[in-house]
Ligand binder design. Structure first.
Ligand SMILES: [Zn+2]
Length: 409
């Protein structure tokens, strides 16, 4: 039966390629990022599903209100197909994409996807188009092979992942009638070319925004002002140094295996060299291991802040955006064991489990007590880039893994 399923997937390679190109012709960019949302792409997906002639499926489109969207709402599509067990295997992909960015860096029209050699190029073909198509055709392959899935299959094609899931998974999960606590959840939205990494944990995300207020004066008379640029330099250096000195914990399950505290963004200050700035703003992006207390980290930053205020005379305000680490999915969870078995059978490799800097859909499930795993075979470093591409054989391999999971293999 295993061979029949795998062969059935193989025969769909051409149809998968066509389906991916068909869907990625339609930009589904957030209305909050210059686009028109997912309405057109969801309709095309519904037509594609119709064209596949899948039997006994139930389709449901759920909407979340968004006044910025042309239709006033954002659609997500759910496809369910009964298996031997009522318990469901949920494979979630997102239908939205990021904008093309600088158009001059592309060698093709980002929304006219092209096959070149073994690859398909275009915006969204990898993130998250490959697995979206693979999950759908995995079910098609099972039906073609006449195999009834072990688990009831729920395929979710969800809006608004790229801008934070506020009009997608987050409110949908709150509704309580779409997902269930015993669902086995796979989020194929991150992975590597080897397909050997299963993400089961994400770090906490901690964003620090500093505003340093001094007193602006002519640069020739610094003694009459308070130089916010100097105070900001001291502050940025000392916060950086204190966080790294204090939080040296290692956890080899994560890549990288330590917390990261990175000064990243610096806002524009004055328009000329001969002005001593009276105001500086800058930010840190921190990804913190679950074993580090964010309250302790705050205390460290706070003591530096007060010290630099006292020494420089500048006033320093701190804004924090804090997302605590979600609970870790156990490597022994049923969904994880099922995935490991299917990856082994298809790819002939032993995948390993671990954590990353975050964040995906999976954390939202984990916070609700639903164990979720993140896995896919995916082209490294192409997501959100110009000339995004995917390997056609990854479409096939991902579909094989999903088909075996559905079959409980
Ligand atoms: Zn994605």
């Amino acid at each position: 039966m295993l061979d029949e399923i795998l062969t059935s997937v193989e025969t769909l390679k051409g149809s998968m390629t066509e389906a991916l190109i068909r869907l990625c012709r339609i930009p589904a960019i957030s209305p909050h990022n210059g686009g028109t949302g997912e309405d057109t792409k969801i309709l095309e997906l519904a037509k594609l599903i119709d064209d596949l002639g899948l039997k006994d499926i139930t389709i449901r489109i759920e909407h979340v209100d968004d006044e910025k969207a042309p239709s006033g709402r954002r659609p997500s599509l759910f496809l369910e197909y009964p298996g031997k067990k009522a318990q469901r295997l949920c494979i979630l992909s997102h239908i939205d994409v990021v904008p093309e960015g600088d158009r001059t860096l592309w060698t093709l029209d980002p929304f006219s996807p092209e096959v070149r050699g073994s690859r398909i190029y275009g915006r969204g073909v990898s993130d998250n188009g490959t697995c979206l198509v693979s999950s759908l055709f995995a079910l098609k392959a099972l039906q073609d092979a006449g195999v009834k899935p072990e688990y009831t299959v729920l395929l979710a094609f969800v809006a608004d992942e790229e801008m934070g899931s506020h009009y997608g998974l987050e409110p949908l999960l709150e509704r309580g009638d779409i997902f269930r606590p015993d669902d086995l959840v796979v989020v194929p939205d991150s992975g590597n070319d080897a397909g050997d990494f299963i993400e089961i944990a994400e770090k906490a995300m901690w964003k620090l925004s500093f505003t340093v207020t001094g007193k602006q004066v002519h640069a020739s008379l610094p003694h009459r002002g308070i130089n916010a640029c100097r105070a900001a330099n001291i502050l940025a250096y000392e916060v950086d140094e204190a966080l790294h000195r204090t939080f040296t914990q290692r956890n080899d399950a994560f890549d990288p295996p330590f917390s990261t505290f990175e000064p990243t963004r610096r806002f524009a200050n004055v328009p000329a060299t001969n002005i001593i700035p009276g105001r500086e703003r800058f930010e840190f992006d921190c990804r913190v291991l679950p074993e580090v207390s964010l309250d302790d980290a705050f205390d460290v930053v706070e003591s530096v802040r007060l010290d630099v205020e006292r020494r420089t005379g500048a006033k320093i305000d701190l804004d924090i955006d804090r997302t605590d680490a979600a609970p870790v999915t156990s490597p022994d969870a049923e969904v994880c064991r099922l995935l490991i078995g299917s990856v082994k059978a298809v790819m002939g490799i032993e995948p390993h489990t671990g954590g990353v800097g975050g964040g995906t859909f999976a954390a939202i499930f984990r916070r609700k007590g639903i164990p979720a795993v993140v896995w896919s075979q995916e082209c490294g470093g192409v997501a959100h880039q110009p000339d995004e591409y995917t390997e056609i054989c990854y479409l096939v391999n991902n579909a094989k893994v999903f088909a075996l999971m559905m079959a409980g293999k």
